[in-house]
Design a protein around this ligand. Structure first.
Ligand SMILES: NC(=O)c1ccc[n+]([C@@H]2O[C@H](COP(=O)([O-])OP(=O)(O)OC[C@H]3O[C@@H](n4cnc5c(N)ncnc54)[C@H](O)[C@@H]3O)[C@@H](O)[C@H]2O)c1
Length: 349
């Protein structure tokens, strides 16, 4: 973007106008700082719908047209995961800034290649780790940084549902990018080892349910339970610290965050076993958190990064870190839960 073009809306094309891509197209069409120029989908039915919803944008089944338009600055990719690497690579090589949905790529070598191309060509590359833009996750991160929960003991997250059974990826790759990215964002750290167990009940080789454990090198640990074969629709993250505990329930319409002033400590001076552990039951508080669609916050962040040539919060390195954890979890799944060790270069920490 040229210096004298600073207030002109950023030109955007969205590829993949399916269940999720239509939300991205809607947001970019509504935001004054964006100019939605293209909607692209290979499915004629979905393309027709997108054409009706975004009459001022050009509707095309050909991704190539977006890349060939010299006036188009940024491409948003919301196609299925197996296509992300090829489309993202083509867009970066055509000189476009890119917002790509999770999972960033299906192999860490592919993710590394995309990070390298973006760096070489000085392109903005952002991955759709939506929860990193959720105001409750931001509040929890600040509480952890400010030591309000005390020492972090453990986190567990549940992303469960009955339905949305995919045949192109398992429940781990479909749901867990959100849990992995938000846990790493809140803790400000990468895991040192990963183990996972899961089962395929509906389709051979595609796990419907996965239990994944992340260790963080000290006593902090996290467990992620994902499933599309569960009676409850659940999107909940629980954090247990030495001083306080917190529950983020994204299924709640308004009261999404509860802080429990509860804890336990070991007494050094005790006469009986009953006195050995002291339990503390305090208030439960519901902090006011200004609501807002996290997707809108995420879209605004992308536009801001494109305009200022700034590094996105969920940039390619963050995307690569999540893919590495997923890949390690996948290896562990194949080895019936054996822990897989992870090491991180400085750039990705
Ligand atoms: N961030 C989030 O919270 C969130 C939520 C849901 C889905 N997603 C992600 O968004 C992506 C899309 O998911 P979905 O549920 O919308 O899937 P979907 O199958 O409903 O939609 C994908 C669309 O991409 C189109 N498509 C496929 N290849 C294409 C190509 N080469 N060019 C143009 N269009 C193409 C398909 O025709 C389809 O309409 C996935 O990566 C998914 O993981 C993210």
């Amino acid at each position: 973007m040229e210096e004298n073009d600073k207030r002109r809306p950023i030109t955007i094309g969205v590829a993949g106008i399916g269940g999720w891509g239509k939300n991205l197209a809607r947001n970019f069409d509504e935001l004054p700082d964006a100019d939605l120029r293209y909607v692209c989908d290979v499915d004629p039915g979905r393309l027709g719908q997108a054409r009706r919803q975004h009459p001022t944008a050009q509707a095309t089944p050909e991704f190539r047209l977006l890349l060939e338009d010299p006036e188009l600055e940024a491409v948003v990719i919301a196609t299925i995961g197996s296509t992300h690497h090829a489309l993202c690579k083509a867009a970066l090589e055509a000189g476009k800034d890119v917002f790509v949905e999770k999972p960033f790529a299906l192999k860490s070598s592919d993710a590394e290649e995309l990070v390298r191309i973006a760096q070489e060509r000085n392109r903005i590359l952002m991955v759709g780790h939506l929860l990193e833009y959720h105001p409750v996750i931001e509040r929890l991160r600040q509480m952890i940084v400010g030591n309000e929960l005390g020492r972090m003991y453990y986190i567990y997250s549940q992303r469960l549902n009955l339905g949305t059974v995919r045949h192109d990826e398992n429940a781990l790759w479909n749901f867990a990018p959100h849990d992995i990215s938000s846990i790493m964002y809140m803790l400000g750290r990468r895991p040192t080892d990963v183990s996972a167990r899961g089962q395929s009940y509906l389709q051979r080789g595609i796990e419907d349910v996965v239990f994944m454990t992340l260790n963080f090198g000290d006593e902090a640990m996290a467990n992620v339970h994902v499933s599309w074969l569960d009676p409850h629709k659940t999107r909940r993250i629980t954090l247990v610290g030495s001083q306080k505990m917190a529950v983020f329930d994204d299924g709640e319409a308004t009261e999404k965050l509860r802080i429990y002033d509860k804890g336990a400590h070991v007494n050094t001076d005790y006469n009986s076993f009953a006195e050995f552990v002291g339990l503390r039951f305090g208030d439960i508080t519901l902090p006011y958190i200004k609501s807002g669609e996290p997707l809108r916050v995420e879209c605004l962040h992308f536009l801001d990064c494109v305009r200022r040539r700034a590094r996105p919060r969920s940039d390619g390195w963050d995307g690569l870190a999540v893919v590495r954890v997923l890949e390690a979890a996948e290896q562990s799944l194949k080895r019936r839960g054996e822990p897989v060790h992870l090491t991180w270069e400085d750039e990705i920490l």
